[in-house]
Design a protein around this ligand. Sequence first.
Ligand SMILES: Nc1ncnc2c1ncn2[C@@H]1O[C@H](COP(=O)(O)OP(=O)(O)OP(=O)(O)O)[C@@H](O)[C@H]1O
Ligand SMILES: [Mg+2]
Length: 589
Amino acid sequence: MKNKIKIPYSLKTLFKYISPYKKTFFASILMIIISNFAMVLAPNIEGMVTNAIIKDLKNIASSIPGAHIQIEKIISIISFLLIIYIIKTFSQMFGMFFITESIQNTMRDLRNDCIKKINSLSVKTIDSHPKGDILSRITNDVDTISTAMQQTFVNIISGIMTVTFAFIMMFRVNLLMTLCVILFIPISYFIIRKIASISQKSFDMQQKSLGDLSANITESFTGYNEIILYGKQDEYEKKFEKINSELKLTAFKAQFLSYFMSPALSFITYISIGLISVIGGFYCINGTISVGQLQAFIRFIWQVNEPLSQVSQLSSQIQSSLSAMSRIHEFLEYNNEYDVEKRDISINRCISFENVEFGYGDKKVLKGISFEVNKGETVAIVGATGSGKTTIVNLLMRFYDSQKGKIEIDGIDIKSINREKLRERFGMVLQDTWLFSGSIKDNILFSNPNASETELKKACKLANLEEFISSLPHGYDTKIDEEADNISQGEKQLLTIARAILKNPDILILDEATSSIDTKTEKNIQGAMDHLMNGRTSFIIAHRLSTIKNADKIIVLKDGNIIESGNHDELLDKKGFYADLYNAQFSSL
Ligand SMILES: Nc1ncnc2c1ncn2[C@@H]1O[C@H](COP(=O)(O)OP(=O)(O)OP(=O)(O)O)[C@@H](O)[C@H]1O
Ligand SMILES: [Mg+2]
């Protein structure tokens, strides 16, 4: 139902992308038409050769004076035939070249626009759609359309042309014989529909088994250490063998059924050819048609049969590419993050939250948060997991906008500030560090590509990275793997701290950046963070006592409200939630 509504829109989107290449596209259609025209013309001319020879032979047999095989005439017909074959070959080649060129250009533009779209989406939209699904739209869905267009487009035009030309030629030979052939089309169509509907189910099952199989392989591979640790190799092998057998069975059914289509259709064609031979033979004897014409007619029947046998394959490809296109269309229609405001900002006094309320959908997360941070101060946000700590910084950077209340920087509501300009003021160090495949240097320079060599080295020194980088074989040029597996968790965090230092932001956000590392690395990280926080307004969500203890202000979140705030000593004196938390978590440190 969903697809039915979207098909016209998705086709419109597709046409929009094809339109810059319409000249190439129409050139390809023209070439396909020429090659098909040449193809249907060929049997006629082949028939002319046969006719000429038979006529000469008849004349010789009837001892007509001067009768002989007219070699020159035959050669000239064959030469003409040769030219037709050459035209067919070249128009086919150019047709394929033009169609491939226009389709591949269209797909490149589509992929580029998808990436542009991703970069213009709001965090809210990105968060509310599974990333794997978006990824699959840009890769698999575009690929499905590309393959389907490449394979079906030529076939559809050729099919229509071939059948039309073949029928015109057949009508020209004999009306009754052509009507007999037309009679067989519904029978072929019925067989195609029947086999296709059964085989489509098997194809779906085959795809599902294939999906199960790759999921199993991925699981065995990613969980390799755990599997050998718990000695589960046999169990996994058995699981794999079971899925593998299912795949074999479904693949056999799907392949066998689809192979069955062709002989079944050929059988129908043989019957129609048998019938035509009887009628045609009769017409030949009474001189209504020639043997050459009968020969050509039978070749035309084969030409009609071929596109028919491709119908099922084409229709499933068209269906899957239409649904792929509607998925891409839907993605391209997601709302962009759009800023009307051009206003810039700098922080000179303070950042304040005033009765801020926010929820993701119906779920209320913040129920009226108010606090103030002066320039250069550090505020630590403390609270149980899920209490809304990350949500507070999401609002501050306008990844999401609050539903009630205001967040102000120097008395200016951040909703009136241009998002890009606002975000330029922030530096972030998050626990799940993000590094990309490239050199260490590229990764640090990511926040400030114009930084000088001296600035880069200074940032690395402040981030306590000097020792680590000098121990690497290629120093700053050492490559980081795609998954950043070749460096440790702590080193990754130091790299992101260096990245933040290099950006030199006014406001700093540290979200749980110091957990799960050894004491030496923690000291390193703490030192690096102290450098980073020095003189900046910082929001830290930390589980580490040392960071929280030194904060100018601690706010404690519970059930969407600030239940306590003050500095470390004040809060301990209160003997409230923070004191309990401190005693439970940190007293042993
Ligand atoms: N994108 C989202 N969509 C819907 N709900 C969300 C989203 N992000 C967070 N939440 C929910 O909002 C609540 C607050 O989340 P938040 O990430 O702010 O918690 P947190 O205090 O940072 O927790 P943690 O200490 O585990 O990081 C949680 O219950 C969470 O499930
Ligand atoms: Mg969080």
